[in-house]
Design a protein around this ligand. Structure first.
Ligand SMILES: [Zn+2]
Ligand SMILES: [Zn+2]
Length: 770
């Protein structure tokens, strides 16, 4: 054997060795656990923070679930043994080397391997725990829901070489879904929500943050709308009405309608004292809230008006007030931050006043387009301009964005483009926090896809530069298993429907708004859920989750039924669908269907469905005719004298108008705005023939927007001049129908906004209609 061959052989051996190492992730010596056996111990200092000690136990417990091997937790630092160091305390210099521990943010961590030792450590109080979660995430562990947790089985785990150093994109991360307030779920998904669900605009909010033993959370006190906690009207209004808003020459203090007089020096003093009291009483909080009550009612006194006029916005008086308190607080508590809203009448930033360095601006994004993301359509432009304007005067902006249907938590809501993209937009623009207002349903939760949304938000708030749709797919695949393809198809079908630029719906959208819940879509969705439920059979837990995902479609079908739509649900099928709806509601302990009181009552909804009338929704319609000075209802136009189907008449503004057929398969509401422009201030007629087998006395319900006249067989039976929103059965008439053909002519006028009517048969039914 010559030397050269030997050298080549040696080279080949080295290459083989490296290949082996690459394929296996590392050499044999750096296995943390090998075939379920480990020589490693988990070290955590006796003096570590509670969250760090918890992190050591979490790592121990989860590694055991993965590999079957339980690593001991030790507190004495024997550096000769193989060790996982949890937290910086007690970790040897050799592993810390270049790290400046004081530079780690309170949630920032590093995962580092030096020789045979592993370090998982971060800033206090949560960095180390989040590092352990990050490490377990890299091993494939996921905490999707409180029930569905994925822990992969691996008997061998290697430790890798590269440093991983991370911190969250936002310092404050809260997703307002009931499920996300489970302390352990929030910890595993690295949300730091401030509190248990809160009553909106209430006086005192209960604070129940993630336990310190689980790393604690980002604590703001109080949550929002705090003016009347700072200067309570109960205590001060009687003696000092001048502390409160001057509106139309009168001092007032009413919840949801008024605010404080922010330029009154006594108000500044009292509010400052309250803030100091709060700081003493809530030592765990480092953000305190000074912000307006919900609603409007800002002070119009001379001093306030002068500031606001000069600043071009009511944020002028607000920021001047907050800055005064912030300056006093900064002298005593340099680390405390004060937070205020940029919301409704304070959304636009002031011209010259800038927020003090210890002030956070909480900017709200609401009432824009829910169909598209921030950069996805022009409807977000006003908000983008506002955000950019605030960015010029402050570095501390936290966002309050709305991701639910405020009035209908259970309505299908294809707003996922906003969910996956808006978080990144906020991070790219340097925002420091995000409160994603979802649908927080008391007790157990259960709005539309709340667990999916909470999980995706949590991942994106940590790292917004991930592919959000990939996260959605991952969640669906793992949480819905064999039913996943159908759930995925369903979500994407609705999402596809709202893609066009022309689609718009807001967070207050009614079920038919946005146009994505058509008869066809609801049918397809129903079919997908039939398949999803079939695929889930035999797995009770999965079936329960699939049924919860189905609930919004059942809700939609029942809703359209309740307003007279029969295309997706007929009278015979309704009781079974309603029964299923009520069973799912019961099983998931859902107690509320909306943010707003008027829409949240489940039993009222069930009652409405059960009492749904037979609406007549196919009519001949002609209009609009002139409505001069709003008196058009009284002017007799040709349709009151004759019905000639193809004759043209002179209508509004000299236009030619003819009869046209109309029918609405989703609702009993005859919506004239589908035929005519909403702003046209006209009057319109609807005509129909009812055929009777015999003479009959029938009860008929009418609802109209706005005023209405009705003729039965040419005789005026209803004349009501009014301005109102249409609801079924605003008038109930007892009418005599004769054998054979009966004609009904309805005339409705218009004064802006909606335009249309309901017509229902309340007693008896019309068997033979034309
Ligand atoms: Zn004032
Ligand atoms: Zn849009």
């Amino acid at each position: 054997m010559n030397v050269l061959v030997g050298k080549n052989k040696y080279k080949l051996f080295l290459i083989m060795f490296f290949l082996f190492a690459i394929i296996n992730g590392c050499s044999k010596n750096s296995a943390l656990i090998e075939n379920g056996i480990s020589e490693y111990s988990i070290y955590v200092s006796e003096n570590a923070a509670p969250g760090e000690k918890y992190a050591a136990r979490e790592l121990q417990k989860t590694l055991k679930k993965i590999s079957g091997c339980e690593l001991p937790i030790i507190h004495s630092n024997n550096t000769s043994a193989k060790m996982i160091f949890i937290g910086f305390d007690g970790a040897p210099k050799s592993i810390l080397s270049d790290l400046t521990i004081s530079k780690f943010g309170n949630e920032e961590f590093i995962i580092r391997t030096v020789g045979e030792n592993l370090l998982i450590a971060g800033g206090k109080p949560r960095g180390t725990l989040y590092g352990v979660i990050g490490y377990l995430n890299n091993l494939g562990c996921r905490w999707y829901t409180r029930e569905v947790v994925k822990i992969p089985k691996k008997s061998t785990i290697y430790i890798s070489g590269e440093d991983i150093r991370q911190k969250p994109a936002f310092e404050y991360r809260e997703a307002w879904y009931k499920e996300a307030y489970d302390s352990k779920w929030a910890m595993h998904n690295r949300l730091n929500p401030i509190a248990k669900p809160l009553t909106h605009g209430g006086v005192e909010h209960s604070i129940l943050p993630t336990l310190d033993s689980l790393g604690g959370s980002y604590i703001i006190y109080p949550f929002a709308h705090t003016f009347y906690q700072l200067v309570p009207p109960d205590k001060y209004f009687k003696e000092h009405p001048e502390y409160f808003s001057l509106i139309d020459g009168e001092r007032r203090a009413e919840r949801f309608a008024t605010q404080l007089c922010l330029t009154n020096p006594d108000v500044v003093n009292i509010a400052t004292q309250t803030v100091f009291k709060w700081i003493k009483e809530h030592p765990q909080a480092n953000v305190f809230t000074i912000d307006q009550m919900d609603g409007y009612g800002y002070c119009e006194c001379g001093n306030c008006k002068k500031v606001d006029d000069a600043e071009g916005s009511h944020s002028g008086t607000l920021l001047r007030f907050v800055n005064q308190i912030a300056d006093t607080v900064a002298k005593v508590y340099p680390n405390i931050k004060l937070q205020t809203l940029a919301y409704t009448y304070t959304e636009v930033p002031p011209k010259t006043i800038k927020p003090a360095d210890n002030v956070i601006i909480r900017l709200c994004h609401y009432e824009y387009c829910s169909a598209h993301s921030m950069l996805g359509c022009d409807n977000h432009k006003p908000f983008i301009e506002t955000l950019q304007a605030w960015k010029k005067i402050t570095k501390r902006i936290t966002i309050w964005d709305y991701f639910s249907n405020y009035h209908r938590y259970l309505l299908p809501l294809p707003n996922f483009e906003g969910v996956v993209n808006n978080v990144r937009y906020y991070a790219d623009n340097g925002c420091i926090g995000l409160f994603a207002q979802g649908c927080n349903v008391p007790d157990n939760g259960g709005g539309e896809f709340t667990e999916l949304r909470a999980w995706v938000f949590a991942q994106l708030m940590w790292n917004p530069w991930q592919d959000g749709w990939k996260l959605i797919d991952e969640f669906i695949n793992n949480v819905y298993g064999p039913s996943a393809p159908y759930i995925s198809k369903y979500i994407k079908m609705l999402q596809e429907k709202v893609k066009p630029d022309s689609v718009y719906f807001s967070i207050y959208a009614k079920p038919a708004e946005g146009g994505y819940l058509t008869v066809e879509t609801l049918q397809k969705a129903e079919a997908l859920f039939v398949q999803a439920q079939k695929a889930a059979s035999g797995d009770a837990g999965l079936l329960k989750r699939v049924e919860l995902a189905h609930l919004p479609i059942l809700f939609s079908r029942l809703h359209f039924y309740s307003v007279g739509g029969r295309a997706n649900l007929n009278k015979e099928e309704m009781p079974a669908v309603l029964e299923k709806f009520e069973r799912i509601i019961r099983e998931h302990k859902i107690t509320k269907m909306a943010e707003t009181d008027g829409h949240s009552d489940i039993s009222a909804f069930v009652k409405r469905v059960k009492a749904a009338n037979e609406f007549i929704s196919d009519w001949q319609i002609i209009g609009p005719f002139e409505n001069p000075d709003g008196k058009g209802l009284k002017i007799s136009y040709p349709p009151e004298k004759e019905f000639i189907v193809d004759k043209a008449y002179e209508g509004l503004g000299g236009s030619k108008v003819k009869w046209q057929s109309y029918s609405n398969p989703l609702s009993g509401y005859i919506d004239f705005t589908k035929l005519f422009k909403m702003h046209e201030q006209g009057v319109t007629y609807a005509y129909r023939v009812f055929k009777m087998d015999e003479d009959k006395q029938l009860k008929v319900g009418i609802g109209s927007n706005d005023g209405v006249r009705m003729w039965l067989n040419g005789n005026l039976v209803l004349d009501h001049q009014t301005k109102r929103r249409a609801e079924p059965n605003q008038e109930i008439l007892n009418l005599h129908f004769k054998t054979g053909d009966n004609t009904i002519l309805i005339k409705v006028d218009q004064f802006g906004a909606g335009w249309g009517f309901y017509f229902s048969m309340l007693e008896g039914d019309i068997k033979s209609r034309n």
